[in-house]
Ligand binder design. Structure first.
Ligand code: OAD
Ligand code: ZN
Length: 385
């Protein structure tokens, strides 16, 4: 008889695995399925919005920083540099026109956050993106931390007067530099109105700091679509408990440890030999595909697609396009306008003695039978992106 065999140590982040087993996406799905991940935090970057048609910053060739030649910047990040903005504001406002919210719809990734929220599993959506697509996807304001600000509001750099994104939109869309109209700021070189995007050298929003403690109760961290090159955002991943599993869904591997002695960063391969086993998992490839794969494993994929389809439909409707009710409403308006026009004509003709009773009867019949074969302006509008 041998001594009682002690079962091999379990992986601290994935208790169903042994410490020397390597976790995969399936194991992340199992944690969620088993109710072991109830406070999921997501950390996102530009890569979750590229599917919406918004370029990221650093992808070679397609990223914004490779495509800023037309702005003749001294270095790419100058587009978000506060001193450079004051010196040559045209570059930023041209970019703002391209990126301004309103033209873009949330992606599968954004609706995945929404799905986590619907299932009461979302503890926070921390984003570096300024496109407000998390809000548009219906994430509760209280769960969103827009670490680098957003286009939602703007303020005068001099008097700090606040402007909404709608107020400055017409000028942005004309490609103009937006300047404050307050008396104290007015003039040829009036103070600039800058959307509340965090520029290099500026502080992050208060919310970023006041909610840092939320990471200490996180039980699954999902990092998506970011190069993790900009601080302090990239340091958030170190704030989760040491037993918290972390999943990276990205085109390329990022944020990895430097070597066996490195204490910071993802350790997908176990190079640090950490006690308790590997806790980091990566799924390389497109973020929407990665999220869908995870949802397939969870049996949530149809629900996710439905959320997205319904979300997009609601956005189209809000824009006044294609809903049958809106089309009917507009038809009635046109019909009414036509009736009024005919009635006015009849009145004029009778008053001027140009029409007798018979004519009036004919015209009255015509009014009743007004048909609407004319073009419907709603359906003629170009479909949204
Ligand atoms: P980056 O452009 O630095 O990184 C985007 C990451 O997403 C890269 O690693 C890409 O490989 C990846 N990616 C791109 N498309 C993807 C896709 N479809 N699926 C999966 N991954 C994809 O963008 P951020 O990390 O967000 O600051 O940049 C951080 C900050 O730098 C930004 O917030 C911005 C910039 O200066 C401000 O706006 C103030
Ligand atoms: Zn002002």
């Amino acid at each position: 008889m041998g001594s009682p065999s002690s079962s091999p140590a379990a992986n601290r982040a994935f208790p169903h695995l042994a410490a020397d087993e390597r976790p995969t996406l399936k194991d992340v799905a199992k944690l969620i399925k088993d109710g072991k991940a109830k406070r999921i935090m997501v950390m996102a970057g530009a890569g979750i919005s590229t599917a919406a048609g918004i370029p990221d910053f650093r992808s070679p060739g397609t990223g914004l920083y490779d495509n800023l030649a037309k702005y003749d910047l001294p270095y790419p990040e100058a587009i978000f540099d506060i001193d450079y903005l004051e010196e040559r504001p045209e570059a930023f406002y041209t970019l703002a026109k391209e990126l301004y919210p309103g033209n873009f719809k949330p992606t599968i990734c954004h609706y995945f956050f929404r799905l986590l929220q619907e299932k009461s599993l979302l503890a926070g959506a921390w984003t570096q993106n300024i496109d407000t697509l998390e809000r548009i996807a219906g994430i509760e304001d209280d769960l969103i931390v827009e670490a680098h600000g957003s286009f939602a509001e703007a303020a005068c750099l001099n008097c700090r007067k606040k402007y909404t994104k709608e107020e400055i939109k017409p000028q942005i869309m004309r490609g103009e530099v937006v300047r404050c109209q307050e008396k104290r700021c007015k003039g040829k070189d009036a103070a600039l109105i800058k959307p509340n995007i965090v520029f290099f050298g500026e502080g992050l929003p208060d919310r970023f700091f006041s909610r840092l403690s939320h990471f200490s109760s996180c039980d699954l961290l999902i990092v998506l679509g970011t190069s993790l090159t900009v601080g302090p955002f990239n340091s958030l991943m170190h704030r989760v408990p040491s037993s918290c599993p972390r999943l990276l869904i990205n085109l390329e591997s990022v944020g990895e440890v430097d070597g066996p002695r490195s204490r910071e960063g993802f350790d997908f391969d176990g190079v640090t030999g950490r006690a308790g086993g590997i806790r980091d998992v990566r799924r390389l490839g497109d973020a929407d595909e990665g999220v869908l794969e995870l949802c397939e494993m969870l049996g949530w994929a149809d629900e996710l697609r439905r959320l997205k389809d319904e979300g997009w439909k609601a956005l189209d409707e809000a824009e006044g396009k294609t809903t049958p009710a809106k089309v009917e409403e507009r038809k009635e308006e046109i019909k009414e306008a036509k009736r009024e026009e005919i009635v006015a004509h009849v009145g004029e003709a009778v008053e001027g003695g140009k029409a007798g009773k018979e004519d009036v009867d004919d015209l009255t019949k015509a009014v009743e039978g007004v048909s609407l074969e004319q073009k419907d302006p709603i359906n003629d509008k170009k479909a949204p992106l």
